[in-house]
Design a protein around this ligand. Structure first.
Ligand SMILES: [Zn+2]
Length: 833
């Protein structure tokens, strides 16, 4: 069923049953309403507000008097939040809910009714309604054809596809914010479950406890509680005759990007994973095809982590639904059985975290008001508040130890209920290195290893390990951001926007869109108060511009420019908006999706080009600049994805597997040579580091060799699962305007470049290198020596064209504002003389 059918049915059920209620919680990125389905006893449903208030007090108040607390625990109910099918290809959890809800609405089993009196289930029927409809539509379109059950070509989301499970720190997407608000600031459930599916040939169902490594900041009680739910799931599902339930396998839990971020906010939080069929079509699994991959199970055999293996056979959507129904029943039973203990634990952990913030370092993170990029400081404060974190401001200058803080500096106290979250996202990450056996192999990270918000956003943060009552007495809450006040005198000639500030670029893109005159200064500009704006400063001429237009520009970007009077005594480079093409493949191209998100968010116009479009496109006529995000060269030029040395099979219908044709590649070369600009990072740089295809029109022409290559293959033992690494930038280049000399960058290790003396009509400039030492800022890195001093961002000229190649990921998952301006500078790169 599609999303309208799903919520239509649930709404009808809510109308008919006093045990069900539907709440509209917000909207998805493509505008579909998102709901929570409450399932509980009629009495609980009729007093949800009162129960919500109990949840809030237990979650956030460390000082409830004992007798009052005892009464709240007596009257309170365990709220179990479940989000279904966030990954829209994993259809079964959402498809199960109507049956489960109907059973709960109609059961007369006294045991189940008693459970519904102890527990309020709050189920998000679809965590990703946009993606759900895309998948259902695709499935229906190809039903009965060779492509029945094939994966959806493109991302199942407006922007980010599978990465919607990696956005719960940055909260960039609207649906992420809706879900995060439910547990962080609105309903305070004590238990949270995220329901997924996995591959077809391993265990049938995954339940906690998770495998090592686990997050070191998270309270032991939370790990123990999720194990209680997990062991009950294993037992209950086996009693229901369901085989193949595994735990303590594959899925580790050191990383807070998914909804398990709620663990860091004291919620007992875990995921379940069911084996998949092909969307809604069954698969047959030969017993000899059954296998396990990953930590915790070395053989597909009966073992303590999978005591009741599934023998193979047919596996259908109906089977998965049976497992989900059993799973939901078990979770309800466990929550009911431990109602009072769970409620008490929620308040105990609140008390404990607040106390730890008082008695254990770190005590505060201070974000000085003086920042290179004040717009990102403001963004960080807003983000923390959105997470339910209390953020304060110093109302007078204060000295703590060696630190001199000024009035207006931002203080994030650790002594608050969400202390674990604050600590985790404000400090640098150290990957918890654990081994399978003493002295044995390292347990490798499942995903990235760095998410420090100050680092990723380029905000200076100071960790304070000394408690100061004086400082605490001088804190006041940070309010809403105020309107930008701007006085423009009659003598004003220009507005100056600093290139160090990300919001300046938003203003510039808006100004260009409105047709205002924008230029950049090559030299620093001194202003009337004696300070100086750096090279690369944007100059927006006020000649002929109405006061209204200026106000609209400033308001929309929430950035106060410097108002300049008189004449600027230096040559200015005019800035214009290039006509941008953004290359997006059909291969669930999340990085391209994130790039679309970045561009939309900053007001950058673009057109999407798919690989098969190149052949017919008039690149030179229609575009000035082409952005190639991280899709690999094999996807772009062969229409196949490579894993190691092997091409991975792919079941997309053929029109979604077309690569850039030979003719298309020739057009790309012609585009560059005639003056086009290429911006490329990650895997797509392979298109340019191995020479360009002969330009179209040149029969039997030679490949065009560029003075840059990818040297990754020469490096030994380098492993960067996703870490924040230091990078040194050259000064005074249009690409690095606004950047500090040394900055952090998000890296996955490859590519790393080597350059050579240019020949023929080419040139190159190394824009950034990894430093000589101290590469690792946050996360995990092996093989640091191999990376030292290597070029990691290179500018290349070929004919009249230019290429900007990144080895790090300048816009990784929308979470790295520290390097966004390198992308913006690439878009605004002047034509070489
Ligand atoms: Zn999933």
């Amino acid at each position: 069923m599609d999303y309208a059918q799903l919520v239509g049915y649930l709404n009808e059920l809510a109308g008919a049953s006093p045990r069900i209620a539907m709440l509209e919680a917000g909207a998805s990125p493509l505008g579909r309403p998102m709901y929570v389905t409450f399932i509980s006893s009629p009495e609980n449903i009729s007093r949800l507000d009162e129960l919500r208030a109990i949840n809030e007090r237990l979650a956030l108040d460390p000082a409830i008097p004992d007798n009052e607390r005892a009464e709240m625990i007596r009257n309170g109910k365990v709220f179990v939040m479940q989000t279904l099918s966030m990954h829209s290809g994993e259809v079964a959890p959402s498809q199960s809910l109507p049956i489960f809800a109907h059973r709960m609405a109609t059961t007369e089993d006294p045991e189940v009714l008693a459970r519904l009196d102890n527990v309020v289930l709050m189920v998000v029927p679809s965590h990703n309604p946009d993606g759900m409809d895309m998948v259902v539509e695709h499935y229906r379109e190809y039903l009965g054809t060779d492509y029945e059950g094939s994966r959806l070509p493109r991302v199942y989301h407006k922007y980010v596809g599978h990465d919607n499970n990696r956005d719960f720190i940055s909260l960039t997407q609207e649906d992420t914010r809706v879900i995060a608000a439910l547990y962080s600031t609105e309903w305070y459930p004590q238990v949270m479950v995220e329901k997924h599916q996995m591959g077809s040939t391993g265990p049938r169902y995954y339940v906690p406890p998770n495998h090592d490594p686990i997050a070191q900041n998270v309270d032991e009680g939370l790990w123990n509680w999720s194990a209680v739910f997990g062991s009950n799931l294993s037992r209950d599902m086996a009693e229901d005759g369901l085989q193949g339930v595994a735990s303590h396998w594959l899925f580790d839990d050191y990383w807070p990007g998914s909804t398990e971020t709620s663990l860091y906010k004291n919620v007992i939080s875990f995921l379940t994973e069911a084996a998949s069929c092909r969307t809604a079509s069954p698969v047959f699994v030969e017993p000899t095809e059954l296998s396990v991959r990953g930590k915790g199970l070395a053989e597909y055999k009966k073992g303590v982590n999978m005591p009741y293996p599934w023998p193979g056979g047919t596996w259908s959507l109906g089977d998965i639904v049976s497992y989900e129904l059993s799973s939901m029943r078990s979770i309800l039973a466990t929550a009911s059985r431990h109602r009072a203990e769970i409620l008490q634990y929620r308040n105990d952990i609140c008390r404990k975290q607040v106390e730890m913030g008082r008695t254990e370092a770190p005590h505060y993170f201070v974000l000085p008001q003086a920042q290179r990029d004040p717009s990102e400081l403001r963004a960080l404060v807003t983000l923390l508040q959105r997470h339910g974190v209390t953020v304060d401001r110093l109302n007078q200058a204060t000295v703590v130890g060696d630190f001199h803080f000024t009035a207006g500096d931002i203080v994030v106290r650790l002594s608050q209920p969400y202390r674990t979250f604050v600590k985790e996202v404000m400090e640098d990450q150290q990957y918890p290195e654990r081994h399978y056996t003493p002295g044995g192999e390292l347990i490798r990270p499942y995903d990235i290893t760095s998410w420090s918000l100050p680092r990723h956003m380029g905000v200076r943060s100071i960790q304070v390990d000394i408690r100061s009552e004086e400082l605490e007495a001088r804190l006041e809450p940070v309010g809403e951001a105020t309107e930008v006040e701007l006085e423009i005198s009659d003598n004003a000639t220009a507005l100056l926007f600093s290139p160090s500030v990300n919001a300046s670029y938003r203003a510039v893109f808006a100004a260009l869109d409105k047709g205002l005159g924008v230029a950049r200064a090559i030299q620093p500009i001194g202003v009337s108060d004696g300070t100086e704006l750096p090279a690369g400063t944007f100059v927006i001429s006020l000649e002929g511009v109405s006061a209204q237009a200026v106000k609209a520009l400033v308001d929309s970007t929430k950035t106060a420019p410097v108002v300049f009077e008189g004449e600027i005594q230096q040559e200015l480079i005019p800035v214009s908006m290039p006509r941008v093409a953004l290359v997006e493949t059909w291969f669930h191209d999340m990085d391209a999706g994130w790039t679309r998100y970045l561009f939309d968010n900053y007001g950058i116009p673009y057109r999407v080009l798919h690989p098969e479009d190149f052949e017919a496109a008039e690149l030179t006529r229609d575009f000035d600049l082409i952005v190639f995000p991280g899709a690999g060269k094999d996807v772009l030029t062969k229409g196949k994805r490579k894993r190691g040395d092997r091409y991975v099979s792919n079941d997309y219908p053929p029109q979604f597997r077309k690569p850039i044709s030979k003719e298309g590649l020739g057009k790309l070369t012609a585009f560059i040579e005639s003056g086009g600009t290429i911006v490329s990072w990650g895997g797509s740089t392979g298109l340019f580091t191995e020479g360009l295809a002969p330009a179209s029109g040149e029969k039997d022409g030679d490949t065009v060799e560029l003075p840059v290559r990818d040297v990754t293959k020469d490096l030994q033992g380098v492993s960067v699962p996703g870490a924040f690494l230091a990078v040194d930038f050259i000064a005074d280049h249009p690409l690095t305007w606004g950047m500090p000399q040394r900055a952090g960058s998000f890296s996955r290790g490859t590519p790393v470049f080597g350059t050579s003396i240019p020949t023929l009509d080419t040139d190159r400039r190394v824009i950034a290198t990894y430093p000589e030492r101290d590469l690792l800022i946050s996360g995990y890195l092996e093989g640091e020596k191999e990376l030292q001093n290597r070029p990691v961002m290179v500018w290349v000229r070929a004919g009249k064209g230019q290429l900007v190649l990144f080895g790090f990921r300048p816009q990784f998952r929308g979470s790295t504002p520290a390097t966004f301006k390198l992308v913006f500078n690439s878009l605004l790169l002047p034509t070489p003389k």
